[in-house]
Design a protein around this ligand. Sequence first.
Ligand code: ADP
Ligand code: MG
Length: 384
Amino acid sequence: MSNPSQRANKLFVQTFGTQADELYCAPGRVNLIGEHTDYNDGFVLPAAINFHTAIVVKRRDDLRFRAVSDAYPGEIEEWTFGEEGNPVANHWSNYLKGFTAAMATSGLAPKGLDIAVVSNVPMGAGLSSSAALEVAFGTAVNDCSQIKLSPLAIAQLAQRGENQFVGCACGIMDQMISALGEKDHALLIDCLDLDSEAVNMPDSLSLIIINSNVQRGLVESEYNLRREQCEQAAEHFGLESLRDLTLATLEAGKSELSDACYKRARHVITENRRTQNAAWALESNDIAKLSLLMAESHNSMRDDFEITTTEIDYLVEIVSEVIGDRGGVRMTGGGFGGCVVALVDHELTDAVVATIEQKYANKTGLEANIYLCSASDGARRIDN
Ligand code: ADP
Ligand code: MG
């Protein structure tokens, strides 16, 4: 019984001794292009994937929440709406309490729920199991109490919860794509005004995610450093964010900036342009163009933003040797390890998998996990 929905129903009965009323699910995601652009008011192009978190719930008449997850067997988390207390460091319930705390701050008043969670989004692999959890839960709370929040509003509350309660300074991308994803489409998000547009993905392409399993050290400090360098560069030109900086202005002021700030800004400016162009390339089925843009994005992350590792560069190199211009490949996510994303002609999928299996472990001593995905719908209620 590998279906998360069936397993969540079973877990609910085992935990609470009664059947659940409703079933909701929300997907994990992969970012196709547009890295470290979200907090610079730029563009990102993620897709929701066919790995998801299922939540089954039963309505309560009071303000109490009780939650169980099969990822942490035997623990039942309980809290009262508006009385979430202080977060316990690294505890999974922070993602749920963060959402209800954000609702309370916004003056929203849901009823309580009993909840069972089961997911097949791998945790901590960079596919955003945290957003899948928050958005599935938010969708359930919203629907059961008939609060009528839009998917975007649910994503914003989820982000606020993760920022303020979990203590992770993430952007809005993960929550937005989990809430708003569409089957067979990516979503071009303008992080300046949160406008978004579904972009058709050619059905000739397979979506492959490869987890390098590189241990991600120094991620938080390096991430914060990159944010500061971007802010410094924008400030130098008297701008709110790098969104408004042109390449020409940056080049003209190059000698006034540190080399690091200059290179970070160059990545963000060029990545914004590549992300918009990649959306057009996808929409118009121009795979050779997409291939080039994803390669340039990877090189920019390697040389200008300096967030790749030798193992990740190697993965990208061996996949790109197989696919040529019949697909694109690049690192995806915050960097210093994590995943590589490839969009490749279906005919080449087996060759890509075989190459990784033959070469990656030999060269690096690490085993990669390969996920064959498809672009999927965002969070929704499912008939239970
Ligand atoms: P990612 O979002 O890339 O998977 P994060 O570290 O942001 O990695 O989020 C992972 C955390 O989210 C887990 O450590 C856990 O606390 C929580 N989480 C995700 N999915 C579940 C789940 N199904 N059940 C309980 N907690 C979950
Ligand atoms: Mg996360």
